[in-house]
Write a protein that binds this ligand. Structure first.
Ligand SMILES: Nc1ncnc2c1ncn2[C@@H]1O[C@H](COP(=O)(O)OP(=O)(O)OP(=O)(O)O)[C@@H](O)[C@H]1O
Ligand SMILES: [Mg+2]
Length: 247
């Protein structure tokens, strides 16, 4: 079986939202429409609006409800307050014409030294079973960063250091167990829908320690990771070689 690159965030998220066990770990997600934004802003204090086929954290817009009359729109390094009646038109100004967007419930990410972080989890399928081969954290550059992509200034960090040192008191063994359980389930579910040999998951931990799926990369980048963690990198390379030998 060959591996196929899948671009659309909506396409990759659908089978997970529809799964009875996994759905509680997947943020509510819809295609973007101004009316959906207005509606979701009533149920969620923070919303993420992302190009369906985006990458590296580019083009992401965050809307944060401040009160019944105002919200904060963040894009790149700037944040500005607007009346709620103007939010949809302000979001539209920051969108790329011709690109499709999804809108998603925002996850209140746990922080490390006040900076939000998420996790990079890689699973590979060298033969007939998924194997978790990589786990690390990505810590945003600033406390007000809206994305945790290394391409946008986040740094790779050791998962244990970040979970143990998080500003929220996390039950680390419980988080790790949930994280690996959910990650394996995601890999198996996505692997049953698409011909996949590797998935790189962006997983979030919220401030209460709950595990959330953010995004699945079907062509995860390992740029710079050999130097960051040579032991895990060798595990990845070995699985990659086995995958190639078996396909
Ligand atoms: N629903 C969300 N709640 C909280 N943070 C989010 C949410 N969606 C995205 N983010 C933040 O934005 C970052 C980038 O989002 P995402 O991974 O979905 O897109 P991308 O990185 O541009 O795409 P790709 O992972 O395919 O390169 C995440 O790593 C996370 O820090
Ligand atoms: Mg990502």
């Amino acid at each position: 079986m060959r591996h196929k690159f899948i671009n659309s965030k909506m396409l990759k998220g659908k089978p997970l939202s529809q799964d009875h066990v996994l759905s509680r770990h997947v943020p509510e997600t819809h295609w973007y429409h101004a009316a959906t934004l207005t509606k979701m802003l009533q149920s969620f204090p923070v919303l993420y609006i992302k190009p369906d086929k985006g990458s590296s954290g580019t083009g992401i817009i965050r809307v944060k409800r401040l009160n019944n009359s105002e919200s904060l729109v963040s894009f790149k390094a700037s944040s500005k307050k607007y009346p709620n009646t103007k939010i949809a038109s302000e979001v539209a100004k920051r969108m790329h014409r011709g690109k499709k967007y999804i809108i998603q419930q925002g996850i209140p990410l746990a922080t490390y030294r006040k900076k939000p972080f998420d996790l990079r989890i890689v699973l590979q399928k060298p033969s007939n079973q998924w194997l978790l081969t990589w786990m690390s954290a990505k810590v945003a550059p600033r406390s007000n960063s809206i994305v945790t992509n290394v391409a946008k200034g986040a740094r790779d960090a050791k998962i244990m250091e970040v979970l143990r040192g998080a500003d929220q008191q996390l039950n680390v063994p419980t988080v790790l167990k949930e994280l690996s359980g959910v990650s394996y389930k995601i890999a198996r579910k996505l692997g049953s829908r698409f011909p996949l040999r590797i998935v790189g998951l962006d997983m979030g931990i919220d401030k209460k320690g709950k595990v959330w799926f953010i995004e699945a990369n079907t062509r995860p980048s390992f740029h710079g990771l050999n130097k960051f963690d040579p032991v895990q990198y060798r595990r990845y390379l070995l699985a990659k070689k086995q995958t190639e030998a078996n396909s």
